[in-house]
Design a protein around this ligand. Structure first.
Ligand SMILES: Nc1ncnc2c1ncn2[C@@H]1O[C@H](COP(=O)(O)OP(=O)(O)OP(=O)(O)O)[C@@H](O)[C@H]1O
Length: 307
């Protein structure tokens, strides 16, 4: 069923009383990719994720998870979706291992399967030595890692993570990025909501910006429309200015920690060609790289009414 894998949703709406939490969202995420969900507080991200996870019914709109409609095939959708909420919830008196085994049993794994899957996942999230600790004594970051393990217990095809990096220390963040990339590499549809845009840049293939309950933009991270901003540093910027001028490349000057020139480059090929031109022209280039993350730059470039 190749092309129906992934998430496709159209015209989603959900209100809570007078609050239109989601008021016309389209959201697509492809299998084998990490899709970032970005938006300010109250934009409707959690409400959207709950609807995709079939934990909240939309007032309007359609959802397909690997081609299945949660309103019709809820069990099929639940089998496919792993949900990592931003808090661990009400399980705190059980041990880490009991939580995973219990969750596995909910998903109808046999006792033996649930136990071996629990041990495998405790290792994956480096909680092996905390397996017999009550979840309530785990630190916030450890609880987040347990929550990820819980979401993965039934080998979902679709993973929805609400602020998964919140509370994680730097090493755990790096680890989480690796885990999510690996899952996407194995064909999983991975959706991550987060406010830490620089972090999303490292893992996301695509990004969907939402605001005020609506989708304001969806794009691939590798090929942003309009190109990427690059920054150049050199031992002497004067010959760089001259060569860029001859090549007709419009550039700006930036006074950061080190002075640098910045300009828009359409494709990776163009970036490589421009670097070669500059070096050949005798510019002593010391740095030549994208100036910032695509996601951050796009977000900051959105109109005030879109953020
Ligand atoms: N169960 C609920 N009852 C009433 N209002 C709700 C409920 N859930 C969400 N809302 C409201 O809907 C809006 C969207 O909330 P949501 O949690 O989806 O935003 P979010 O983008 O996840 O925000 P954050 O980044 O702060 O987590 C907010 O105004 C929120 O107050």
């Amino acid at each position: 069923m190749g092309d129906v894998r992934g998430i496709a949703s159209r015209g989603l709406a959900r209100s809570f009383g007078a609050v239109h939490a989601v008021a016309g969202m389209d959201f697509d995420a492809r299998a084998g990719q990490v899709t970032a969900l970005v938006g300010p507080n109250g934009a409707g991200k959690t409400t959207l994720l709950l609807m995709l996870a079939s934990l909240l019914a939309p007032d309007a709109g359609t959802i397909r998870i690997d081609g299945f409609d949660p309103a019709v095939d809820r069990d099929e959708v639940r089998r496919r979706v792993g949900w990592m909420p931003d808090t661990l919830g009400v399980w705190e008196s059980l041990t880490a291992r009991e939580i995973l085994v219990q969750m596995g049993r909910f998903y109808r794994l046999s006792g033996a399967e649930a136990a071996s899957r629990a041990d495998e996942l405790l290792e994956l999230v480096h909680l092996g030595s905390f397996a017999s600790q009550a979840a309530r004594v785990l630190s916030r970051g450890q609880q987040q890692r347990l929550s990820l393990a819980r979401a993965l217990i039934h080998r979902p095809t679709t993973l929805l993570l609400d602020e998964p990096a919140a509370g994680l220390d730097p090493a755990s963040r790096v680890e989480l990025r690796g885990t999510l990339r690996r899952l996407a590499g194995d064909g999983c549809t991975v959706v991550v909501s987060s406010h830490v845009l620089s972090e999303l840049d490292e893992i996301a293939d695509a990004v969907v910006f939402v605001s005020g309950g609506r989708t304001v933009r969806s794009q691939l991270v590798d090929a942003p429309p309009g190109g990427r901003r690059y920054a150049l540093e050199a031992l002497d910027l004067a010959p760089a200015r001259a060569r860029l001028g001859e090549l007709g490349v419009e550039f700006g000057e930036e006074d950061g920690r080190r002075p640098r020139l910045s300009f828009i480059v359409a494709t990776d090929d163009d970036a490589a060609r421009l670097l070669r031109e500059l070096v050949t022209a005798g510019v002593a280039v010391t740095a030549f790289a994208p100036a910032g993350g695509v996601i951050e730059e796009t977000y900051l470039g959105l109109g005030a009414d879109e953020r």
